[in-house]
Design a protein around this ligand. Structure first.
Ligand code: ADP
Length: 445
């Protein structure tokens, strides 16, 4: 890695303070998901393909050999433990590697193998005998750029002739530098500075342009504008690769502005469902009473691991202190933690060091930890108008096919407003949420 000049580790960064209500910041959420994930997210669903030009050949591969990669690149792929292409890779890779090059827009949820796919394409398109940048890869943040760079460095382990460089904050080059690396991975601002403002490389010589995490990118208007400015300086022949975890009109509008004549491939997300979840609510008078409810539940049922969602950081820390004092091993994940600290908390929880994870809305979705059998809404999920937030409820409680094991969800209701939210959620999903008499909790097992 050091030889590629890509040895940098993310600096610990404090997320912006936001009094006590945590909201899931898309870039941070995406980074956390990447870091805590172990391996591919498999899908039983089929790929959806749209192409503008019906004459363009389209095929899929079942093996990496079938792609006729450079031997040392293939070796790198196998060295990463990849045996066969993931579902999205089966279809994306032949197109990304095709000659003449084809443009692609690919959408699939995080963890399905998009990064590995475009990194492989970037590496195979490089001509290492020409010492100037040929591939640009834009990521929305410093940390996400580093994640991609680390994948590239691992995959290029046996290709020391390929030189890569980060274009991110903290990387400074003296005026007049001509960059001789083949691949630049970075954020739009720095890339614009180096390429357009300082002329440190020739945008007209770029063969491959990758836009990663496009949905996170457009979250900031400034980024979108910078991407478009860079894009304007690229040659017509440049191959465009556009990746996103979501597919809405804002993302697609951005995609159309950047990617002419694309092949569009999508892998739909497996739906979360409440089918195997037993849902209950418990009537409580106040926070103390809610705490007592949790203790009662623990007294009665054998819980694998549990996640408890609170509305504010203050409640989360209050609850964790109380639970720890009573001898529970709890972890807290909330917005004031640095990215590194969040990763550490999640790693420990995954490893089973703590049995209970107390969290605010920093996790937009529940985390895919199979051992989690109990989810508690200490506070009901609500939107800014204080109405039921059904989508968040589903993300917290629901399971996809993969983790379709049975689970228990308990909603702690301590006001008429909370009761109303609970009833709205019940009506929305058409799934009964039963009253649980906590003094008589045997019935839930
Ligand atoms: P995405 O970019 O869609 O979030 P990644 O490319 O980061 O997905 O892949 C998710 C995880 O799966 C990573 O840990 C990666 O190393 C692994 N992975 C990717 N492709 C394969 C494959 N073909 N076989 C096995 N694991 C893979």
């Amino acid at each position: 890695v050091a030889g590629l000049g890509l040895g940098k580790k993310p600096e610990s960064q404090k997320p912006e303070a936001d009094d006590t209500h945590d909201t899931a910041n898309p870039a941070e959420a995406s980074l956390l998901m990447k870091i805590i994930r172990q391996g591919l997210v498999e899908s039983k669903l089929d790929i959806e393909i749209q192409r503008k030009d019906p004459n363009s050949p389209l095929y899929s591969v079942k093996t990496f050999e079938a792609l006729h990669l450079k031997p040392n690149l293939l070796k790198g792929v196998y060295d990463m433990g990849f045996n066969a292409p993931s579902k999205i890779q089966e279809t994306a890779l032949p197109t990304l590697l095709a000659d003449p090059p084809q443009n692609m827009i690919a959408q699939s949820q995080s963890g399905t193998g998009k990064t590995a796919a475009f990194v492989l394409a970037m590496l195979s398109r490089v001509d290492p005998t020409k010492n100037y940048p040929q591939v640009l890869c834009l990521s929305p943040t410093y940390e996400l750029a580093i994640q991609t760079g680390e994948v590239a460095a691992r995959m290029a382990k046996f290709c020391p002739e390929i030189k890569m460089k980060y274009a991110i904050r903290g990387e400074e080059l003296p005026k007049g530098t001509k960059i001789n690396s083949h691949i630049l991975i970075g954020t739009p601002g720095k890339m614009l500075d180096w390429g357009v403002k300082f002329g440190m490389f020739d945008l007209n010589k770029i063969k491959v342009f990758v836009l990663d995490e496009a949905d996170v990118m457009i979250d900031r208007q400034g980024h979108q504008d910078q991407c478009i400015r860079i894009h304007k300086c690229l040659p017509q022949t440049c191959q465009m690769m556009f990746f996103s975890a979501t597919y809405d009109s804002a993302v697609m509008g951005f995609a159309e502005a950047i990617v002419p004549n694309p092949i569009i491939i999508r892998l739909l997300r497996e739906e979360e469902s409440l089918d195997n979840i037993k849902q209950y609510y418990v009537k409580c008078k106040n926070a103390e009473d809610k705490y007592r409810a949790i203790c009662n539940i623990y007294g009665v049922i054998t819980v694998g691991q549990a996640i408890i969602f609170c509305h504010t950081r203050k409640t989360a820390s209050w609850l964790s202190e109380k639970m720890s004092r009573d001898g529970h091993s709890v972890a807290v994940l909330s917005g004031e933690l640095t990215v590194d600290q969040r990763i550490a908390v999640l790693d420990r929880f995954r490893g089973g060091v703590e049995k209970v994870l107390i969290t605010t809305n920093v996790l937009s979705r529940g985390i895919d930890v199979e051992q989690v059998t109990l989810v508690v809404n200490f506070d009901m999920p609500m939107d800014i108008n204080k109405k039921a937030d059904c989508e968040t409820y589903l993300h917290r409680i629901g399971r996809t096919g993969r983790f379709g094991k049975a689970g228990i969800a308990i909603n702690l209701v301590d006001s008429p407003q909370a009761m109303e939210i609970c009833l709205d959620i019940e009506a929305h999903f058409g799934k009964k949420i039963n009253l649980l008499d906590i003094e008589d909790a045997e019935e839930i097992e």
